[in-house]
Ligand binder design. Structure first.
Ligand SMILES: Cc1cc2nc3c(=O)[nH]c(=O)nc-3n(C[C@H](O)[C@H](O)[C@H](O)COP(=O)(O)OP(=O)(O)OC[C@H]3O[C@@H](n4cnc5c(N)ncnc54)[C@H](O)[C@@H]3O)c2cc1C
Length: 418
């Protein structure tokens, strides 16, 4: 039998690939096992997801060289954001004029992020990537971990990491429970060209029963995210193109002039998942397998990047100190650190979704009040901007009591609506 690996990663989505890249600089043997083909990893198909990245995520990607591999034309800065409630013209506005930021965040297509990380890994051939292989079984004990592949082969490693989507089979097989919330809503995402400029502004339009988000891409193009009850999703996805164009134009009340669909429409059922534990003996969850967010606050991959950065840093430290890279203490420290961030964001996001999908008069009034409150109290606005960019703003104390409101006001991060 071959020598055990140090780390075995299940899943080469953006989370698994970014972890593999972070570990590539360390003197350890790493293998990634992925269901898809090598061709799909090298040239992933467009999937309609435009990922809003925070400044901190950009820093993580820059540090390992993945950011530099993104084509410039695929990086769209978001300079401001406006949130509308119902048909009211009142909006909650964010911009970066008063802050030392060149943009609130950056929009990058998901498939380009995956491609950039895969390219990075091909320049680190010591990282083994096994494609068109499914991990079927997983087992760990005090001595190490092992997995059984679909071809019957068994691989061993000191640490097994599952990055196998929010519906993680490995999480289930390892007996780690998770909290799930099915919103019974779907996001229909697509790209559209339009007559007028978006001026690098993201728009959120909370209409009753349906919401529409516009995420500015370079040129007169935007990513459009329509969120509707699941029973209506296929109607929007299959709608005749000219009818769809007109529907969006009307929904936006002519904000961007004539609208024209470019490319495919993609449908994503909205289900949020938070694992109750992120680790077990010689086993860890990263990416959506740990926390799969509702996209309303654009946190999913940002949290995935944060998690993998934390885990790889702890592994690097253990190597430096000649310690076990999968000790209970190391894994527990990873879990505690990540959970501190994810719990607040996960529940805060679900609260925002609740507030903006609830059609009762009380909820409608609450959201009008929320927008006005957030607009008129500067520290709140700064906290929201800080949360969006993950950069601290001048004059805002970290332990400001208002930070408790942060979860609620993370709606400002929203790029997709409930
Ligand atoms: C509409 C939409 C918009 C979003 N917008 C944002 C945003 O603006 N900002 C943001 O930060 N996040 C956003 N997200 C979230 C982001 O897309 C996810 O967090 C991220 O893609 C998760 O990556 P992952 O690697 O954890 O999982 P995945 O991308 O799901 O990858 C998992 C991989 O594991 C493989 N796999 C699974 N099981 C096995 C197995 N048993 N054996 C081998 N391989 C296996 C799969 O083939 C797959 O390649 C959005 C999501 C959606 C749906």
């Amino acid at each position: 039998m071959r020598k055990p690996y140090d780390v075995l990663i299940i899943g080469a989505g953006p989370a698994g690939l970014s972890l593999a890249r972070s570990l590539a600089d360390l003197p350890i043997n790493v293998v990634v096992v992925e269901r898809s083909s090598e061709e799909t990893l090298a040239t992933p198909p467009e999937d309609g997801r435009e990922i809003a990245l925070t400044h901190q995520s950009v820093e993580i990607m820059k540090k390992c060289g993945a950011w530099q591999r993104l084509p410039n034309e695929d990086i769209s800065p978001i300079e401001s954001a406006k949130i509308f409630d119902g048909s009211s013209s009142y909006s909650l506005d964010f911009d970066n004029q008063n802050h030392d930021l060149d943009a609130l965040g950056y929009l990058v297509p998901n498939h380009k992020i995956r491609q950039a990380y895969y390219e990075e890994l091909t320049s680190h051939p010591q990282i083994e990537i096994r494609t068109e292989t499914v991990v079927e079984e997983v087992h760990t004990d005090d001595g190490g971990g092992s997995v059984t592949l679909s071809n019957g082969e068994k691989l061993e490693a000191k640490l097994i990491v599952a990055a196998d989507t929010r519906f993680s089979e490995m999480r289930r097989k390892m007996g780690l429970s998770a909290t799930m919330k099915d919103f019974s809503r779907c996001a229909i995402v697509c790209r559209m060209e339009h007559q007028h400029s978006h001026k690098k502004t993201a728009f959120e339009c909370f209409h009753y029963g349906r919401t529409t988000a516009i995420l500015p891409m370079n040129g007169n193009r935007s990513s459009i995210v329509i969120t509707v009850n699941s029973r209506d999703a296929q109607r929007f996805a299959n709608m005749d193109e000219s009818e769809f164009n007109q529907n969006i134009e009307e929904q936006l009340d002519g904000l961007l002039g004539d609208m024209k669909l470019i490319g495919k429409r993609h449908v994503y059922p909205l289900v949020a998942v938070h694992a109750n534990q992120f680790v077990s003996r010689r086993f860890a969850l990263v990416g959506d397998a740990a926390v799969g967010m509702h996209p309303v606050t654009a946190h999913g991959f940002n949290l995935g990047l944060k998690g993998q950065a934390s885990l790889s840093k702890k592994i690097a430290q253990a190597i430096l100190e000649n310690e076990d890279i999968a000790s209970d203490a190391l894994l527990k420290a990873y879990e505690t650190e990540l959970m501190r961030t994810t719990r607040v964001i996960y529940h805060g996001t679900n609260m925002v979704v609740g507030l903006f999908t609830n059609e009762t008069l009380a909820a409608k009034l609450a959201r009008k009040a929320t927008l006005r409150l957030a607009n008129n109290i500067d520290p709140i606005k700064q906290l929201i901007t800080q949360s969006l960019t993950e950069k601290e703003q001048k004059g805002v104390l970290n332990n400001n009591p208002l930070s408790k409101l942060k979860g609620i006001f993370q709606l400002a991060l929203s790029k997709h609506l409930p």
